[in-house]
Structures are given as structure tokens and as C-alpha cells.
Design a binder for this molecule. Sequence first.
Ligand code: PLP
Length: 369
Amino acid sequence: MIGPKAIIHLDRLIHNYQLVKQKTGNKQIMAFVKANAYGHGAVPVAKALESVGADWFGVFTPGEAIELRKGGVSGNIMVFCRFQSEFLEKANEWDLILNISSEDDLNELITFHGEMNSSPRFHIKIDTGMTRLGLPIDSVSSFFNLLKKNSHLNYEGIYSHFATADEGDLNYANFQLEQFKGVLDTTGEMDLSFQHIHFSNSGSVLNLPESYFTMVRVGLLLYGAFPSNEVPKELPIKPVMEFKAPVVNLREVKKGTLVSYGGVWSAPQDTIIGVVQVGFADGFPRPWYGEGSVSLKGELYKIAGRVCMDQLTIDFFNANVQCGDEVLLFGENKTDSILVENIAESIGSTPYVLFTAIRGRTEHIFTGL
Ligand SMILES: Cc1ncc(COP(=O)(O)O)c(C=O)c1O
């Protein structure tokens, strides 16, 4: 089909997974495959990881978890969104792990267990400074007293989440870590123990080994991108997604010709304007037109004018280009490379935003296994 393609190199995904495994000294890895595996395709990504032994997956909603189960994923799947009582039956039915972050949540579980004589597995979230979901530090004692009285419940994990682990200054991350260790001390004193203790994301996998505990939760590194420019970048990860699109039209224009919406770009000389069939509706980052380029046969060509919903225009002056050629938008292939991190940096965005935007008519093609 003519249009944008996301070629997903599953061999590179596995390479990245193995690097994280080595880096963390063989800790368990919860692969974050929420939001369609950050735009890469949740079921094929999770199954590729399962084929090399991964058995923990993080998603945001029960719907995402059920999609994995229906796709044949058999490992542990944890749902990270705010607990709701209607998740309880679904979690039992599909063997999902729930995120418990308040005493009210725990009371719902207690009631459910009373009625059904079983309840789903769950992990308890502690808010150590992200100030989003999680038990505030000052309410942990009361929560754990209630848990202690209901120790028949299927509590198996405790965790927290960093707000700044991908920043050069780790003061706040270390503060969060100390808060969490304090909570673990409290639970230890109460004789409550947890099989799974997790805190680390991609940033802290790179720069805070003390946060690994029994398991790390990793998304971005698996997809082959670094979360920021402030983390150490020695890990030789490879970009999993190769985002590309075809040239569908070429025409000669005279110097001064205005190109695309707003007429904000004019040809600096007589040149060839190519139309590439991809736009912001497919996930192409619209603000990238100012600085942006695409790559073809090892050469970069400037985006000429504003990116449209379905198409963009390129200044192909002097290029060896034909209709049907596919240009690289980001990622890496044999001749071309554009790092998603560089685009993100240039437009004041992040690889998380750019990856999860890949949808619409973009066709996903899975390769490398
Ligand atoms: C709770 C939680 N843990 C882990 C991750 C994985 O983060 P990263 O992709 O930076 O590894 C996320 C991602 O948003 C998250 O929300």
C-alpha cells in the first residue's frame, strides 16, 4: 500500500532487551508495552520479548491488557491506571495484576474477596514525590495496618515511580529513593514482605543502580531511544522503529516559488519539489518542518514548507530521486539514520511523544525474527 510505514525491527528490540538485562545484572524486566508499545505494536512486541524469556508486561488500561491476552501473551501483565472496582472481575478472568494506591482501593478488594473468596494479584503504589497516583508517605502506616489484618489478599508487589530520573541532577531522584527505602523499612518492621519491589524506569536504569530492587520497568530503552540528553548514553541500543514514506510526486519549480500552507517557504533556487505521502495525521511531527530533513540514499534533504495532514514537501535539489523511493523520516536503515532523540530535541518534544504519535494510516510491518 502507498503511504507511511513503521518497519519494526524485532531483532533490535531483543538486542535492546538483552542489553538492559545485562546492565541491570539480570534483574526481572517489566517491559512497558502500554500505548501500543509506544506506537510500535503491542502484541508483536510483547510476543517477540516473550520469545526470549520476558515474562512481565506493563500496560495502562485493562483493555490494553486484554488485547495482549487475546493476542496470546501469557506472561504477567500489570495494569497501571487508577484502580476502579469494575476491574476486579476482569482481572480475575484475564489474570491481570492491579495497581492499588489508596485505602479505598484496598477496601474494595477486601469486599470483593469476601464475596468471591478470591481476588486478583496486586502491587501497591507509593507516592514518593511524583505526586500523581500512590499512597502519600504519611498514610502508609494506616494502609499497611489494614493490609496486615487482611493478609489473605494477593498482595505481591510494592513500587514507586521517579519524576526526574532522566535528569543530570539526581538530588530529587535520590530523595524519592530514600523515601521509598523508609517505606520498605516500615513494612519490614510490620513483617509484611513483597515478592516484587520495583522503582526504576529507563532513566534510572542508566544512572541509578540502587533503584533496581527486584525488577525494573522499562519502555523507551527497549525501543532504542534515550529518555533525555542528560543520561549516560554508553548502552549501544538500536532504534527499533524505522519510520518511512514514499515520494509520490516530483516537479521542477523556479526560484522564489512558494511551497505548502502559508507560503512560508520559497525555493532558494530553481529546484525539484517532491511530495512525500505522510503527514501529521500519521504521526509525523508537524513542528519539525523548520529545521527538519528526511534522508534518502545516505543524503539529507530539507523539508520545504509546512507539514500537511497527509503529505509533506521536500527540496530535492540535485537529488538522485524517483517517484516510489521511500525516504527515512526517523530511525535507521542500511543507508540512512535520523535519531528520534534529535528531532525531539530540535522541536522541544520527547521521543515518548514522537513514538506514541505513530498511528493513523501508518502501516506497521514487523521484521527481524
Ligand atoms: C509507572 C511507569 N513505570 C515505568 C515506565 C517506563 O518508563 P520509560 O519508558 O522511561 O522506561 C512508565 C512510562 O511512562 C511508567 O508510567
